[in-house]
Write a protein that binds this ligand. Structure first.
Ligand code: XLS
Ligand code: NI
Ligand code: NI
Length: 434
């Protein structure tokens, strides 16, 4: 379906845009191969179903499967294209929403039947190619019935339909051996508090998640549940604002042992954070699950979902991932779309190659930074006042306000040391350029 041959690793000196310069799947970095570290995944929605439309114009993408008219024929052609793409690009995983892979038809029943047909076809392709499902999810936001949300809707009938959709999406995720199941709160949020019962909506959302956990147990689904935070869009205020907000929600509703985080770069930046901040916070709480690898635009305030090419971001992401001991069941999912102007099928190849090389290079730099303990040693030294004396007592919980006050009054001046930010940024540059 694509007029592009198998993409190969040609190494650093190559100027061939249809070759990898850094991503060499079998190359060992530290204790694992690049393929094992990076666990790349293709996002079905952007790559197979994205049309390139925007609020001002219709789709621009040239896709061979659009030559069919029957929606099931289109869906089947997309499966063929998806696997050809994954094979040619050496991408081991993929992710989908239910609505990406099969037409919704005119009823829930018809939708489920279509899903079964496509799932069976996918299963065969997976067997033949060895490609795996990183995660599945339900699209509980596109259909007009979700106008007021799905698990946070004001309409109990809609809540039930949302549950039916997630139940089925979990069934097919399990059927295809999916390693995770994602909840991104599509329209779980609000526009105005003038008509919103926030407490009821949050309670219902938590109840929905608990039912998903119970159902997973019932059917023996052992994949990891993931929540994907996003601060806004489509609603003004999404409930899963950022990692910190989600941690609070999970703990409040006793869900923290069942869920981890799926962190998306562009969602982090919309929340006013860096990707590294979100990964770091998830990691230190034992909740780093998976990554939606994309990037936003510094000048645009919405989710542009661009392919990740910023080396600083990929380097510091891989730094956090290495410190996490890897992504475990998670992966780097290219939740990214080619620009509207990049409408030719080959652009899908250029885009994935650029993203894969950016993360491969980031992995190599991060590995060297960690080997040399560049920031570790500096940071350890920076906090060394807590290794002995009063600092050690603080860490060991052997002080109270009275003893600290007594100590403070005995001090004869203090000495702070420089944080050396610019020096450290310079060192990071040196490692990246090397
Ligand atoms: C949208 C989200 C979505 C999730 C899956 O902003 O990134 O694509 O990853 O529902
Ligand atoms: Ni995403
Ligand atoms: Ni997004």
């Amino acid at each position: 379906m694509f007029k592009v041959d198998q993409i190969k690793f040609e190494g650093k000196g190559s100027r061939n845009p249809l070759a990898f310069k850094h991503y060499n799947p079998s190359e060992v970095v530290g204790n694992k191969t690049m393929e094992e570290h990076l666990r790349f995944s293709m996002a079905y929605w952007h790559t197979l179903t994205g049309e390139g439309s925007d609020p001002f114009g219709a789709g621009t993408m040239q896709r061979s499967w659009d030559s069919y008219t029957d929606p099931m024929d289109i869906a089947k052609a997309r499966v063929e294209a998806a696997f050809e793409l994954m094979v040619k690009l050496n991408i081991p995983f993929f992710c989908f929403h239910d609505a990406d892979i099969a037409p919704q038809g005119s009823s829930l029943r018809e939708f489920q039947k279509n899903l079964d047909t496509i799932t069976a076809i996918m299963k065969d392709y997976m067997k033949d190619t060895g490609k795996k499902l990183l995660w599945g999810t339900a699209n509980n936001f596109s259909n007009p019935r979700y106008v007021h949300g799905a698990a946070t809707t004001c309409n109990a009938d809609v809540y039930a339909i949302a549950a039916a959709q997630v139940k089925k999406a979990m069934d097919i995720t399990k059927e295809l051996g999916g390693e995770n199941y994602v909840f991104w709160g599509g329209r779980e949020g609000y526009e105005t508090l003038l008509n919103t019962d926030m407490k009821l909506e949050l309670d219902n959302l938590a109840g929905f998640m608990h039912m998903a956990v119970d159902y997973a147990k019932k059917i023996g689904f052992e994949g990891q549940f993931l929540i994907e935070p996003k601060p806004k869009e489509p609603t003004k205020h999404q409930y899963d604002f950022d990692t910190a907000t989600v941690i609070g929600f999970l703990k409040t509703y006793d869900l923290d042992k069942y869920f981890k985080m799926n962190i998306e770069t562009n969602h982090a930046t919309l929340a006013g954070h860096t990707l590294q901040h979100e990964l770091h916070l998830a990691r230190i709480n034992g909740l780093l699950g998976s990554v939606d690898a994309n990037q936003g635009d510094m000048l645009l305030g919405w989710d542009t979902d661009q392919f990740p090419t910023d080396l600083y971001t990929t380097t510091m992401a891989m730094y956090e991932i290495l410190k996490n001991g890897g992504l475990h069941k998670g992966g780097l999912n290219f939740d990214a779309k080619v620009r509207r102007g990049s409408f030719e099928p080959e652009d899908l190849f250029y885009a994935h190659i650029a993203g894969m090389d950016a993360f491969a290079k980031g992995l190599k730099v991060a590995h060297r930074l960690l080997e040399d303990k560049v920031f570790e040693n500096f940071t350890a030294q920076r906090y060394s006042s807590f290794n002995s004396g009063i600092g050690k007592k603080i860490i060991d919980g052997e002080v109270d306000f009275e003893s600290l006050s007594q100590y403070a009054l005995s001090l004869d001046g203090i000495r702070n040391e420089s944080g050396r930010q610019e020096m450290l940024e310079g060192i990071l540059n040196d490692y990246m350029i090397d």
